[in-house]
Design a protein around this ligand. Structure first.
Ligand SMILES: [Zn+2]
Length: 146
């Protein structure tokens, strides 16, 4: 019984190690393509299944940024599928391009900006990031066909 549990655990660990390696490979690839070498990145894998988004959806990844220092930690959910890695990596890295704009606005207008306006800016950022990501993804697919 104990042996089985240990085996199951190490299988899970193996799977996570493989997933992590694939994430790192995609991050390296897209970091170069998107010219994000000025950012110091830390990549983590964690169980995000218990954290709810505002709209009740689950997080596939969370990016924490310290914009003035160009430092970011990207935490990927352990339950993401290998086929989802690339789109999630691109999405999170595009945030590193777009978010500094939002950060500057929030920072310079901190005393004049309402929470509703902050939320609106956040939604605009999310829409921009998602659109750019899907444009890049459709280009990628087109490249594969050639
Ligand atoms: Zn996002």
């Amino acid at each position: 019984m104990e042996n089985k549990t240990t085996k199951k655990k190490s299988k899970k660990k193996e799977k996570e190690t493989r997933l992590f390696k694939r994430i790192i490979t995609e991050v390296k690839k897209w970091r170069e393509i998107l010219h994000l070498s000025e950012w110091r990145l830390e990549i983590k894998l964690d169980d995000l299944s218990n954290i709810d988004n505002d709209d009740g959806t689950k997080y596939l990844a969370i990016t924490q940024m310290i914009v003035p220092y160009r430092k970011a930690t990207i935490i990927f959910d352990v339950n993401i599928q290998p086929t989802e890695i690339e789109i999630i990596v691109i999405h999170e890295l595009i945030h590193l391009i777009i978010h500094p704009i939002v950060f500057e606005i929030n920072d310079s207008a901190a005393d004049r900006i309402t929470q509703a306006e902050k939320n609106h800016l956040g939604n605009l950022e999310e829409t921009a990031v998602s659109r750019i990501t899907s444009i890049i993804m459709s280009q990628e697919k087109g490249d594969d066909k050639r």
